[in-house]
Design a protein around this ligand. Structure first.
Ligand code: PEP
Length: 251
């Protein structure tokens, strides 16, 4: 795996107009050849406008969530079938969805399967809380999230895994590159047990949690880190473009 993947998660930010302005600024900042897979994940209501704004760009689009059913009486939900002509990726199991909306590994597994079933690559987020890390159970918590979320899934397909320690998301307290690498090696080992060495080596592993242009290079230089999932810093075009450029230069 040589090129890195940098994903911007805009969360519940930007109006449609602001989303188009932001993605246009990112696209013009990255107009020269960049050897990175760049993905922006705007809110649902801006996906189509962002797709139109990106018509001649290599930047990919991701959704921030999906529901596992294809259609029907599920008021307020969005399915993979609705996203498939717009998005190449979808974030599933973000820690905010787990903690605020009560998503479990079973839900995450259904979403991973629904995404793959409609040809969209799931970016499955895993990560331990501070309390779990302090009590020494970070590895077992993350391993069980990986195993639960990927139950019955062929990891040779387009699966991406993002390790986002909950204590590092949106806090400005990023994990040290050593902590991130140690967990990534554990995730890679778990993926090997699930789907074999070859398939596991092809799964992009992204680090997420207070990534910025100043620290992304150290993450990308780690042997098991193939990219980053960026929240706050992806809302500023200049910062996000800088993150992509630094990451591309180190991968
Ligand atoms: C995220 O939202 O996935 C994230 C990692 O946020 P931040 O970069 O702001 O910590």
């Amino acid at each position: 795996m040589s090129i890195c993947t940098i994903v911007g998660n805009w969360k519940m930010n930007t109006t449609v107009t602001e989303a188009v302005e932001l993605v246009s600024a990112v696209a013009s900042g990255l107009s020269s050849e960049i050897s990175a897979e760049v993905v922006v994940c705007p809110p649902f209501i801006s996906l189509v406008s962002v797709q139109l704004a990106l018509h001649s760009s290599t930047i990919s689009i991701g959704a921030q969530n999906l529901y596992h059913e294809m259609n029907g009486a599920y008021t307020g939900e969005i399915s993979g079938g609705m996203l498939k002509n717009i998005c190449q990726y979808v974030i599933v199991g973000h820690s905010e969805r787990r903690s605020i909306f009560g998503e479990t590994d079973v839900d995450v597994n259904l979403k991973v399967k629904a995404a793959l079933g409609t040809g969209i690559a799931p970016i499955m987020c895993v990560g331990e809380s501070l309390e779990e890390r302090e009590r020494g159970s970070a590895n077992s918590v993350v391993e069980s999230q990986v195993r639960g979320g990927l139950e019955g899934v062929d990891i040779g397909a387009d699966v991406v895994v993002a390790y986002e320690p909950v204590w590092a998301v949106g806090t400005g307290q990023s994990a040290s590159p050593e902590i991130a690498q140690a967990m990534m090696a554990h995730i890679r080992g778990t993926l090997e047990k699930i789907g074999g060495k070859d398939a596991a080596s092809r799964v992009p592993l992204l680090y997420g949690g207070s990534v910025n242009a100043g620290n992304v290079g150290e993450y990308i230089s780690q042997p098991d880190i193939n990219g980053a999932l960026v929240g706050g810093a992806s809302l500023d075009a200049e910062s996000f473009v800088e993150i992509v450029k630094v990451a591309a230069s180190k991968s």
